[in-house]
Design a protein around this ligand. Structure first.
Ligand code: KG4
Ligand code: ZN
Length: 344
């Protein structure tokens, strides 16, 4: 006789997306909701932590209720509650964790705390529909740029990451310098397609360092700034750029970021000897990065999984990694705390 599926309510609130999903232990997605806060942060050209936390407070309950409604489930029919508790903005994380703990306590269901970065890689598993482990995992988002050896869905080893800004953060800040809207990634990549990637020779930190898996994008940001203003303290807003100048700057900047991501991913594949590569996070939506990853995979005989666009940016479907924790008997106590800066 067929056992009824185990239903997981998954919650995501690490940054500026309030998201919930219902997934089963068979990895079916019964419902998914993402409430974006983009409009609230646009005027500030970046995510304002206080505004994000307050917006999560307002949206959490409606997002949960609408997700259960879409899945045609009552609260009592939820079998386990999963939540991303690390890493992220502390105020944002607290809203999701508090909601998850409350539901687990009231319904007397198990609580499963998940790592948001591991979940970004698991988005590839969800999209692939087949096992993708062991693999090299590249997470490229607004807050993180990290490479992992993903031994299994519950065993991740950090190979290295950014020592300052994330790739997405650099896209967002360069977009602001070029007068483009937030979030900057989509706008920069669109313009980059019309520009010359060789117009400016921007720095590519650590690229020649063959024994180091690390990224640094803050110097690149400064280089773009000086390419716009020239030396000195001139305000970028005081400089008028033609359309083709903006396109060339965008293309040259994007190529520098992509070169760094590709070379360190190549190094991670070489050092681990693994032949599967999974890529997730908002910057994985970048068409040039996707194209270069595809040729890297082809040259190296590597199976490539890039999260589809809907699962690149923050969502709760990727929280299905909780199913793996459940199977491994890994549950979290109600005393679980958020860990905002924990990258592992
Ligand atoms: O994963 P995500 O939704 O949030 C974090 O966990 O940080 O990623 C958001 C980031 C933003 O920095 C955004 O500019 C970037 O992903 N992004 C892109 C593109 N689309 C989104 N970056 C480069 N090219 C894109 N097409
Ligand atoms: Zn994310």
């Amino acid at each position: 006789m067929n056992e009824p599926p185990i239903r997981f309510l998954t919650i995501e609130s690490t940054c500026d997306e309030t998201a919930a999903a219902v997934v089963t232990d068979r990895l079916e997605v019964l419902a998914s909701t993402v409430a974006s806060q983009e409009a609230l942060h646009r005027q500030f050209h970046g995510v304002v932590p206080e505004i994000a936390a307050r917006a999560h407070m307002e949206r959490m309950l409606p997002v949960l209720e609408s997700t259960l409604h879409k899945a045609s489930l009552t609260w009592q029919e939820v079998d386990a509650v999963a939540v991303a508790y690390t890493p992220g903005l502390v105020g944002s994380l607290l809203v999701g964790l508090t909601a998850a703990k409350t539901i687990a306590l009231v319904l007397k269901k198990p609580l499963i705390g998940i790592n948001h970065l591991h979940a970004h890689i698991y988005a590839c598993r969800m999209a692939a529909g087949v096992d993708v482990f062991p693999c090299v995992g590249l997470v490229v988002s607004g807050g993180h740029t990290h490479l992992y050896r993903c031994q299994s869905p519950t065993v991740f080893r950090l190979l290295g990451g950014t020592i300052d800004d994330a790739a997405g953060e650099a896209f967002d800040k360069v977009a602001t310098m070029l007068g483009l809207p937030f979030p900057g990634g989509p706008a920069v990549s669109k313009l980059a397609a019309q520009g010359d990637p060789r117009a400016h020779s921007f720095p590519r930190s650590f690229i020649k360092d063959r024994d180091k898996i690390a990224f640094s994008f803050s110097g690149l940001k400064t280089a773009v700034r000086y390419a716009i203003t020239g030396p000195g303290n001139k305000d970028v807003r005081a400089v008028h750029l033609s359309e083709s100048q903006v396109a060339d700057l965008a293309a040259s900047f994007q190529e520098a970021v992509v070169d760094c991501l590709i070379e360190k991913t190549r190094l991670a594949l070489e050092t681990t000897g693994l032949s599967t590569l999974c890529v997730g996070g908002g910057v994985a939506a970048n068409p040039r990065l996707r194209e270069r990853l595809a040729s890297l995979a082809e040259q190296n005989n590597v199976t490539l999984h890039i999260a589809p666009l809907s699962l690149c940016t923050d969502n709760a479907v990727m929280g299905a990694i909780a199913v793996e924790h459940y199977r491994a008997g890994r549950f979290s106590p109600l005393s679980l705390d958020v860990a905002s800066g924990l990258v592992r």
